[in-house]
Each structure stands twice: as structure tokens, then as C-alpha cells.
Design a binder for this molecule. Structure first.
Ligand code: NDP
Length: 286
């Protein structure tokens, strides 16, 4: 079974559009991009497009890589007090002279659409989250849509970043999976992966997970988005995941492809979080 994130994301966006129209509110998302990293630019463009398609207010601020930390901090403060903005997203990574934690800490937790602020991150770890980080939320949504049992399963998450690995592990644990978090110092990673009923790869290493790393019938979620050079493509590269799809797909019961898997779900969940924060700001409780 191919876990079609592109199709599910379209369904999710339609639900969000309908709910927004019914509520008669206009959620507002501000995206701040510092520098000209081409992958970040393309993510920001997709976020802007998704906002506009849903009728959300979209404010994209594209700043030069030389922007001083203090100036970025002031922009975040201004967005915090802007009533038309419900969600603030500062695209990571930031240039080296800017302290990412300082910037994330400055975002009003009530507008922290990525769920990166320590307050929201802490709530997630306690299990009382108001909001969930977009990529892990997208992973859970796709597992639920395809009615994949989580309770009691062995889940292995490769990657321990604050953006994907740790929160994905936390959400899987909340749903009663037995979770192993693997990383660059894990000994015998293939053997650890072979224990997984649900394997989540969030590493950033093209085609790392091979056919003999997975158990027959496992469910594989490929979060990796890696550009590999390909002169036959108009852009000179193609996107591949962290999983060697050709080797792994014949062995498993379900797998998310790259592209068309977790990527579109992440954007849809960003819109879902923006709507959730807008409802919160308007005092609308489900
Ligand atoms: P990070 O670079 O922050 O984290 C990578 C993790 O992988 C680290 O924990 C690192 O371990 C681990 N790792 C690195 N090399 C190995 C290895 N050889 N064996 C085992 N573990 C290893 O990346 P992110 O979590 O931000 O992103 C991971 C991938 O997901 C990237 O390809 C990124 O582009 C993609 N992504 C996709 C999204 C989507 O919407 N589809 C959204 C966000 C990310 P250690 O901690 O020890 O260094």
C-alpha cells in the first residue's frame, strides 16, 4: 500500500477551507525567511501558495542573509502584537550569526504555529499539547487515515531532531507504541530497524534505509527530502527520501513515497495549525 500524502493533503485542505468559511474568520500566517537558501525558498513558496488557496492572510517576509539578530527579533515582536496574524513561522535554518533558540523563544507561544517554542514543546512532552509540530502531526494523520494500528507496535524513529524525530517519537508513544529513537551514534542501525513494525526515517541521507533493514510487512514512513543531482530533470536534481523505495517497497505492507508523502502533509498540517490558532484567538473552542 502506498501512503498517498498528496491525495490526503488535498482532502485535509478542503476540510480546512470548509471549516474556515463556515466560521467566517480569516486566519493569518506570517512566514519569515532569512537568506536565499533555495530549499527554504521553495518551502516558503509552497506555504504561501497553500495560504492563498485557502483564503488565509499570508504575509511572507524575505530578508537578506545579513539581517542582524536584533532586527529579526524586532520583526518577531511586531508580529506577536499584530492582531491579523495568528501563526508565526521563522523558516529554519537561520544564518549562523543568528541564535535560533533566541528567535524561537521570542515567538508568542499562542502564535507558535510550528510548535517549536519550549512552552509548546514541553506541553507535547507532558502530553497536554494544544498544538503539534506539523511534520509529526502529518505522520500521525497519514497513519490514522490508512487505519494503521499504532497501539502495542514497535516503532523505530531514525533521527532525534526537535523538528521531526523527538516529537514524532513522543506522538507515537502517546498512542501506545513502544518507541526506539535511533541516531548517528546508534550501534547496528539496520538491526534496530529490523525490529520495527513502524519505521520512521527522518535523517536527511538519501536512500539510506535498504531492503534488508526492514521487517516483512512493516509500515515505513519516509520523511527525508534530499535533492540528488539529475541532469535529466529541468532543475538539475530530483527529490529522494531516506528510504531506498525500490528495495524496501516490495517487502513492506505500507510505505510513504518521496515526493508525494509526508511533504504535502506537512504543509496541510501547517494550515490546520494556523486555523487552530486563529480559532483560539477568536475564543472558538471545539
Ligand atoms: P536534522 O539534520 O536536524 O536531524 C537528522 C537526524 O538524523 C539527527 O538526529 C542525526 O543524528 C540523525 N542521523 C544523521 N546521520 C545518521 C546516520 N548515519 N544514522 C542514523 N542517524 C543519523 O534533520 P531534520 O530532522 O530536520 O530532518 C530530517 C530529514 O527530514 C531531512 O531530509 C529533512 O529535509 C526532512 N524533513 C522533511 C520534512 C517534510 O515536510 N517532508 C519536514 C522536515 C524535515 P544525531 O542527532 O546523532 O546527529
Amino acid at each position: 500500500m502506498i501512503l498517498d500524502g498528496k491525495a490526503l493533503a488535498a482532502i485535509e485542505r478542503e476540510k480546512i477551507r470548509e471549516e474556515t468559511q463556515k466560521l467566517g474568520i480569516q486566519p493569518g500566517l506570517a512566514v519569515v525567511l532569512v537568506g536565499d537558501d533555495s530549499a527554504s525558498q521553495s518551502y516558503v513558496n509552497s506555504k504561501e501558495k497553500a495560504c492563498l488557496e485557502l483564503g488565509f492572510l499570508s504575509r511572507v517576509m524575505r530578508l537578506p542573509a545579513s539581517t542582524p539578530e536584533a532586527e529579526l527579533l524586532q520583526i518577531v515582536m511586531d508580529l506577536n502584537s499584530d492582531k491579523s496574524i495568528n501563526g508565526i513561522l521563522v523558516q529554519l535554518p537561520l544564518p549562523g550569526h543568528i541564535d535560533e533558540n533566541l528567535i524561537i523563544d521570542a515567538i508568542d507561544p499562542d502564535k507558535d504555529v510550528d510548535c517549536f517554542h519550549p512552552f509548546n514543546f514541553g506541553r507535547l512532552f507532558i502530553g497536554s499539547q494544544i498544538i503539534e509540530p506539523c511534520t509529526p502531526k502529518g505522520i500521525m494523520r497519514i497513519l490514522d487515515h490508512y487505519m494503521i494500528e499504532i497501539k502495542g507496535k514497535n516503532a523505530v524513529v531514525i533521527g532525534r531532531s526537535n523538528i521531526v524525530g523527538k516529537p514524532a517519537a513522543m506522538l507515537l508513544m502517546q498512542r501506545h507504541a513502544t518507541v526506539t529513537i535511533a541516531h548517528s551514534r546508534t550501534v547496528d542501525l539496520p538491526e534496530v530497524c529490523r525490529r520495527a513494525d513502524i519505521l520512521v526515517a527522518a535523517v536527511g541521507k538519501p536512500l539510506m534505509v535498504k531492503g534488508d533493514w526492514v521487517k516483512e510487512g512493516a509500515v515505513v514512513i519516509d520523511v527525508g527530502t534530499n535533492r540528488v543531482p539529475d541532469s535529466t530533470r529541468p532543475k538539475g536534481y530530483r527529490m529522494v527520501g531516506d528510504v531506498d523505495f525500490a528495495e524496501v517497497e516490495p517487502k513492506v505492507s505500507a510505505i510513504s513515497p518521496v515526493p508525494g508523502g509526508i511533504g504535502p502533509m506537512t504543509i496541510a498540517m501547517l494550515m490546520s495549525n494556523t486555523l487552530a490558532l486563529a480559532k483560539y484567538a477568536h475564543g472558538i473552542i471545539d
